[in-house]
Structures are given as C-alpha cells and as structure tokens.
Design a protein around this ligand. Sequence first.
Ligand code: ANZ
Ligand code: ZN
Ligand code: ZN
Length: 869
Amino acid sequence: MREYSFKEIESKWQEKWASKNIFKTENSVEGKENYYVLEMLPYPSGKLHVGHARNYAIGDVIARYKRMKGFNVLHPMGWDSFGLPAENAAIQNGVHPALWTKSNIDNMRRQLKMIGLSYDWDREIASYTPEYYKWNQWIFKKMYEKGLVYKKKSTVNWCPECQTVLANEQVEDGMCWRHSKTPVIQKDLEQWFFKITDYSEELLKGHEELKEGWPEKVLTMQKNWIGKSYGTEINFKIAETGENLPAFTTRIDTIYGVSYAVIAPEHPLVEEIVKANPSIREAISNMKNTDMIERTAEGKEKNGVFTGWHIINPVNGEKVQLWIADYVLMNYGTGAVMAVPAHDERDFAFAKKYDLPIKVVINPIDKETKKEIAIVADEMKNAFVGSGIMTNSEEFNGMTSKEALTKVAEFIENKGYGMRTTKYRLKDWGVSRQRYWGTPIPALYCEKCGVVMENDENLPVKLPTDVEFTGNGNPLETSESFKHAVCPKCGGEARRDTDTMDTFVDSSWYFLRYCDPKNTDLPFSKEIVDLWSPVDQYIGGIEHAVMHLLYSRFFHKVLRDMGLISTNEPFKRLLTQGMVLGPSYYSVAENRFLYPEDVTIKGEKAFLKTTGEEVVVKIEKMSKSKNNGVDPEIMIDKYGADTTRLFIMFAAPPEKELEWNENGLAGAYRFLTKIWRLIFENKEFMENGEVNYNLLTKEDKALVRKLHQTIKKVTESIEADYHFNTSIAATMELINEAQDFKTNILEAGKGSSESKKIFGEVMKNVVIMLSPFTPHFCDELWAEMGNEGYLYNETWPEHVEALTIADEIVVAVQVNGKVRGSVEVDRNISKEELEELALNIENVKKHLEDKTVAKVIIVPGKIVNIVVK
Ligand code: ANZ
Ligand code: ZN
Ligand code: ZN
C-alpha cells in the first residue's frame, strides 16, 4: 500500500487543477444557475494568518459544494492593496509602496494556492493598480455630478504620528488605533465627503430585504449606527437678541422641566456670543480641542461655560440660562439641547457640576401600590429617565408621560412652536486622506474655474513616482509633477488635489468588478453584473459589520440609481465567521507574553522553561501581541492542507469561535489515513455496478440505509447554515459502519451478490462528500478507485427517502399496559400476523397464564397491548 504522502498529493493536484484551469468561470453556462460566493477582500499584509485561512476554507467548501450541486459558481479573490502599512514600510525601509505591496501579494497568493482554494485566478484584482483605481475616480466623478460628493471644512481627528485624519472608529480611548500611545488631536481641514446621509432611510429599510440572510447582530449594529430618532424640533427665543434657537429633543414630554439650554462650541451663534462676551473665548477653544469620542462618552466629565444670554421657553414663557458645553455636538440634531437635568443623565451631571436648577416634571409609579411617588429635586442622586406621571406641566399634569409624548408634540405643533421630525445619527462619509498610498482624488483647483474634475479621458490620475517618504506630512505634496496640472476646463494652470481616498472606497464595489474584471470602458458591464449580483454568499469577520458593509450597501444603491446595476443590495446572505482562539502564556515575573516554545506544558498548567515560573494560561483570540498565533503555512507543512481544512471545518461551526489545538489536527490526520487505508486495502471488496435492491440481505439493507441517511444529513447540514462539523461527523459514522460491514460481512464471506457493490458505492460517496473539505485527498482516492477527472466536476449525491427508512421495525408488546417484550417485524406486517407473534413471546405467555385475553389493541408501528382478565 502506498503511504498517504500529502505533500506530493497536494502539489500534484494543485498543478493539475491549474493546468486544466478547472476553476475558470464563464459568466453564463447553458442550463446552470449562477451562484456567487465571496470572501472579504484581504489586505495583503504579507503573510496569511489563521483567521484568513478559516475564512477562505469556509468559502471554498461552499463554492465546491454549490458547484457539485449543479450551479455555475463564481469564486474570485483579490487584494485590498492601498493603505497605511505600505506607506509606513516606505518610510522605514525606503522601499516603494508598490514594490512592498506586490511582494506581499505574491507571497500571500502562493500561500492561498497551498490551501487548494478553488479561485478563478483569471479574475484576480488589486486595488492599487491604475486599472482598478481608475474606476474609483470615475465613480467619484459621477457621484460629484450627482451632488453626492462635496467638500466642507470640518473638524477631524488627527493623529500626529500618522499625519493623517482618522475616522471616529479609528480613535480608541482618545488614542490612535495604530498608535496606542499617541493622543488624537482636533484639526480643521477641507475634506471631501460622500453624502451617505441621503441614503439613511433606505439603508435602514433595506434590512427588510436582508433579514433572512444576514445575522441579526450585524443588522442591529447597522441600525444603531444609522441611529434613527423620532423627536421634535422646538424653537426657543434668545431673550437678549430675539433670535430663534431650534433644539432637537426626543423627550418633548419634559418641556416644562427645561432649566437651562446648551449649544455646541461649534454652533454658529458662538461667534456672536463671544463678541458680546470675550472673556469666555478661551474656555470655548479648550472644549473644541477634546476629541469627539471623549466628548460624548457616557460618564465623562462635562465642561461648559455660561454665555451670559438666556432663552425663553415657549410653553410657559420661562427665562433660563444659555450655556455652551462640550457634551453637545454640532453635527447631531441642531447642535442645541433643551436641558432637563431631572430626566436626563448628562444634563443632571452638568447641572450638579455647575449648580444649575433641577425641575421634576415626571414622577415614577410605585410598582406595588401603582401610586405616583413625588420625587424631590434636591434629593435626587440620578436623573429619573423612565416613564411615569406628568407633574409641574400645567394642563398635562396627571397624564402618563408616554401619552404626553404625543399630546405635548401635538400641542407644540398647533401653537406653531415646533414640528415633529426624525433625525439620524449617521454622518456623511469623510473620504479625504492626506496620504500617498491611495486613489488620487480626481479634482483640480483653477484660479479661474474653481474646483474642476479631471476629464474622463485623462483618468486614471496616476500616483506619481517622484515623491519622498519622509514620514512627515503628505508625500504627494512633494511631487511637483503631480501638483502642477492643466485645468481641464480652461486649459490654464491648475493645482491638483493631493488628497487620496479612504481605502474603504476600494472595497465598496470590488465585488462588482470581479464580474467583469478586465473591462477598460466601464467599471463593469451592466449585462454581466446582472448575471451575478447580488453576491449569494458573502463571508467575513464581524469587525466589518458596520463600516465596510454599510459603505458597500451605500455604493450599491448609488450605482443602482446611476443605472449601472439593477439590484438593491450587494450581499444576499452574510456569514460572519467566528474568531480563532489559542492559548496565550503570560509571565507575571517578566511581564510579557511568551512564545509557546518558551514554555513546558503539564496538563492544564504551563511553566517558563528557563526559570520554572508557572505562567498564566488563557484561551483567547490569536494575535501578534499575545504571541499566540499559529502560522497556517507551518500547519500545512506539518499536516497538509487537507488535514488543516478538515480540522478547521470539524472543530466548530463556522459562525462560532474555533479553538485551535494540535491534538485536533492530529485527529483529523488520523481520520484521513483511516479512509486512505480502508480504500487501499480493500479494493477486492469494492465493486462497481448497479445494485439490485431485491437481492439484499438484512445487513446489506442496513448499510444502504446508513448511506442514504448520511447523504441526507450531510446535505441538510450544509444547506442549513453550513454546519460542516455535523456533516463531517455524519460521514465519520458512515465510515465506521462501512468498516464493520467489511470486517463482519465481506471478510467473513457472508456477503450477498450485492454486498461488494454496496461497499463500493459507500466508499465512492464518502469520497465525493468529503471532497469539498479535503479536495486533494479525495481527488487522489477518486483516481485510485478507477475514476477519471476531478471531483469538482462531479455531481453531488442525492438520497432516496424510501431508502432511509428501515424495513424492519421493533414493536413493544404490553400486557395490560406493562411492557413484557418486543418483536422485530417487517414494516408491512398484517395485524393478524403481528398479534400471533406477540402472543407467542415466552415472557408474554407467562403473563397470560390462567387469564383470558379480552382484546388486543394495536398502535401501528409501535405497540401491541394485550388486555387480559
Ligand atoms: C431634552 C431631553 C430630556 C432629552 C430628557 C433627553 C432626555 P437620541 O435619542 O440619541 O437621538 N441631544 C439633541 N441634540 C444633541 C446634540 N447635538 N448633542 C448632544 N445631545 C443632543 O438623543 C436625543 C437627545 O439627545 C435629545 O433629547 C437631546 O436631549 C439630546 F429627559 O432633549 B433630549
Ligand atoms: Zn497614528
Ligand atoms: Zn480653469
């Protein structure tokens, strides 16, 4: 028998698949339905990590399975290859970002190929190529023409280290996400924005279309991010100037409790206020300089200053102080808040700090007595934010606050004090980055014509090569050839915009480019994209729940509104795979995470080899900083791609966390060698040919039944949320039965004329059903069993329902309701025959002695109850 030498086998089949180009996908195939499987576009950091490996292995199983189910499958791969790390490498090592990126891509592509993934490499794309980013610019222009791109001055989060703008999500606890020790500062810059807020409502409504196929968790995260609030915009009058000050509130029921008002430090009124009261200028500029996240964080100390001005509450004519405070943001609502400290936590904290009045307008209801409890403002420790009974609110007193929410709003509208509105938390998407390694923004500035977009025929605006990477500022500013350009409108001198686009732009439409990756006239042809869109199954990490997935949905809708595609949503089904966990070893004495090779493991405990210190063992997400990652390439080298894939699929369902352990890998390897041996050593027991089901023995039938039950189970587990671990477990059971059958029937010479055909049939199906998981291994065995071609092109088996049901059934026999025995009978046995058999069971006969049978009740297929006197 040949050894299972996985290295040879894996490279042999990888070469065969590549040379025959079997994964090449046509855009349509007669008689086949299209199916699009996609894994999230990776960033080419240079080395595959285990999270990637899991992501792609899952996608590959789905792609191969769907293909075998008769679909025409699109399964592409590419590179999200713009972004900071390449530029940082350029700064540190002097390599041009393009070279660094290319060599990373080459290495990662090589690693992907080692895993045996079924990608159509002819469709590979890389966002750093001009062929790709040209279309970012083209789409940017189209969006500009549609009024979906605009420029505005805005306060941005700025990392002095990165010398770039950070998105709010890139600020963690006031620090840069890449530089955990660098505080983020605020800076005013002219920025380009995408008007994603035009789509707020549609992005929310689209959830209807997605709720079948997307995890609820992701939809909830997007919903919160969009943050729709129903409320009222109410006008206050400024006592000193008579000007209007609109404020947005979601709690108009608390209008009689307003005891001061607040505006954001960026509010347009502030300038006028400072003119009237210059002494507060400095306090205001200090507020502006704390970052946005910190300013709004719950429990954060709030800072403010009294303006000297007052506002008048329209419902009762009360005059209260107007403040400026950092907890109010300019870009939400109207940038002004009617403060109700009795019923809002932030207002309460602020009122306590600055000794502002607190007025109760809602009393809670006692849970037991159902009576109103009058609360006293002076004694409050916290705001009362719940609902209750209205008080101190004139005609609304005694009403429930829930009811008052509508009643007060109606009152306000009738009086003309304000209007009910909805607000969204979602902000426009700032896309300007002061960086080199990204898509140049195709805008120019001309003295005569102002802002002008580059002509289509001059796209792409390519990244120049005469730049310096010093680590300070934007390298594009150092390129004279880039900065000085010709105005596309008047032909005069113009200055090119030196900002590049957020790399999320690249990944917002790449799934459409895969459909038509070589198109030079358009980003993609509509006819072709219509054959594939939406992506049937998208797979990636939960970390992309908001930004990438929301931006892609936004782009998709914009492109649809431009008439470039027909569908509303980019991804029909989304699978967010779980994290990969591994043990980390932390030494308290040395205050560092150790590498696994530095420790000795004894049972659950681990000790530092050099000192013998017991170290802290934790199972947690694999990461560089904890030294607990595994290198997929090393695993593949040691166990083979098939074993690694099998382990990944078997150890946990895709959406759950996966705990990496080498024992599991070794187990997967043993399982494969068992099948290997079973097939190699028993060729004499495997026959091909039609099985004649009329000639089967009881044991033959049992194995046939197990086969069909397994096909059913494996298929159903894949179809239902890709529970591959269940599929593999079912196949393992079938193999065990087949092995017993071989030993007890075939080797013992007890088989029928059909037994070898059945055994052959079982082993053939095992190999087919395992092939999406362990494709090289299965193709090898497939050939060994005398077959031609590749399992990728085989048809997935279908079970026959009738064959999953046993002919024999076991019927319990009772005497006066007590079980006294059982009989195994043919499912179709007649009542008379069954009664006869039941009455003749020895133990039953004993209980019938000296008694007369009154009647026999038969529950078909289950029970025979003999009633005696
Ligand atoms: C009065 C009030 C009383 C409020 C009360 C709440 C409780 P959501 O639900 O998240 O939309 N607000 C309005 N604009 C703001 C801004 N620019 N910056 C900071 N806070 C702002 O939040 C709406 C509530 O947040 C509004 O309702 C307002 O405070 C505050 F017992 O108005 B409320
Ligand atoms: Zn930084
Ligand atoms: Zn001009």
